[in-house]
Design a protein around this ligand. Structure first.
Ligand SMILES: N[C@@H](CCC[C@H](N)C(=O)O)C(=O)O
Length: 293
């Protein structure tokens, strides 16, 4: 059984995109891990599975799987690649497109300059919105933002985290220098900290000025990626709430630049979406080739 796929990236955050409309695809965590595997599979940070919507107000539905096989609520860079995929494969010529994701509907528009703009949906900030247990933790208020001191086994002092849900959970901290930020050291410890019942994406933000930041994200279920769209939205929303940033904000990542606009209600992300190549993969062979230890 062979599946056709398209390899894409949004600012270096890379995807295997599958058309579930013309192919019968039953995704499982095992399959997602095999496809995403950097050595034995096609290799990607996330898989996007494009399908028919269940909501009559949507044009399409797409599901998102991290490289560790977990299915997730939202993916900003994936959203832009999804629209490019739908238009390039002529699945629809509509623009904007309404897409159903796990947590509701989002609207996506291809712009004349080739960039894609996504209305990212709602932002939430309460610990419960991220399934975060804040009981007994020290906290501080900066502007409108509440930050929590998360104790970590491998770092002293604790990390001061702003909590933001863009459907998916983000914990953002400010660092002095993005290049020396301990992303690889404490990113995994934050991602899997027992206080985050559903794990979390760990963002590290360096503020350059009110309209420019640098950002690295250790992603839940994927490790550090070259860019994270929802992470960029979360960092900007927390920076604006702290009084450090003003919309619009350019977010420099290691894979490219995203522009985030947030007026306290509407959250817009604009950035690139690139097709790299198309191919076919033999799924049975792929699964068999993955080592079991
Ligand atoms: N890279 C994505 C986010 C993908 C999901 C994330 N790892 C999670 O588990 O929530 C983006 O561009 O937003």
């Amino acid at each position: 059984m062979k599946w056709s796929f398209t390899k894409m990236h949004g600012a270096g955050n890379d995807f295997v995109v599958l058309d579930g409309l013309s192919q019968a695809i039953e995704m499982t965590p095992e399959l997602a891990r095999a496809i995403a595997h950097r050595q034995f599979g096609i290799g990607c940070d996330q898989i996007l599975l494009v399908d028919a919507p269940t909501d009559p107000n949507a044009d399409f539905r797409y599901r998102i799987f991290n490289s560790d096989g977990s299915e997730v609520e939202h993916c900003g860079n994936g959203a832009r690649c999804f629209v490019r995929f739908v238009h390039e494969r002529k699945l629809s010529s509509r623009n904007p497109i309404r897409a159903e994701i796990a947590t509701g509907l989002i609207t996506l528009t291809e712009l004349p300059d080739g960039q894609v703009r996504v209305d990212m949906g709602q932002t939430r900030f309460a610990p419960a919105d991220l399934s975060f247990d804040a009981s007994g933790l020290a906290s501080r208020v900066v502007g409108q933002d509440t930050q929590y001191a998360l104790p970590l086994d491998n770092q002293n002092p604790p990390a001061w985290l702003s909590l933001v849900a863009i459907s998916n959970p983000h914990a953002v901290q400010i660092v002095d220098d993005i290049n020396t930020a301990p992303v690889a050291l404490i990113g995994p410890a934050i991602e899997s900290h027992p206080r985050f019942a559903k794990r979390v994406n760990a963002g590290f933000m360096q503020v350059l000025d009110a309209h420019n930041i640098r950002l690295r994200v250790y992603e839940r279920g994927a490790g550090e990626t070259l860019a994270c769209g929802t992470g960029a939205c979360a960092a900007v929303a927390s920076g604006i709430r702290q009084g450090l940033l003003k919309s619009p904000v350019k977010v420099q990542t290691r894979g490219g630049t995203l522009t985030i606009e947030w007026d306290g209600t509407t959250l817009q992300m604009t950035g690139p979406a690139t097709t790299v190549f198309e191919g076919q993969v033999n799924i049975a062979q792929l699964i068999e080739s993955i080592p079991t230890f």
